[in-house]
Design a protein around this ligand. Structure first.
Ligand SMILES: [Zn+2]
Length: 81
């Protein structure tokens, strides 16, 4: 059973392959990391963060808005907004 990356709480994966009361995070890594850069878009890391931990750390999260032919814009994340 997957666990929250932050608090180790066990999470239940639902029929949509996502955790109930939590979020699924994927990363292909990136150049610059000394730990992970998969170099393949079909190979990536998966982690889970429970909703409670995500809300506790909301000030460390931004919501990235991607617009075609423009640079992504990171905005403060407002839960429920
Ligand atoms: Zn947690």
């Amino acid at each position: 059973m997957p666990k929250c990356l932050v608090c180790d709480k066990e999470l239940v994966i639902n029929d949509c392959h996502a955790p109930d009361d939590g979020t699924l995070w994927e990363s292909t890594g990136n150049w610059g990391s000394t730990v992970y850069d998969s170099m393949h878009s079909n190979v990536f890391l998966v982690a889970y963060v429970c909703d409670e931990c995500l809300l506790k750390k909301k000030d460390s999260v931004v919501e990235r808005h991607v617009v075609v032919d423009s640079r992504p814009v990171d905005k403060p994340w407002t839960p429920g907004g």
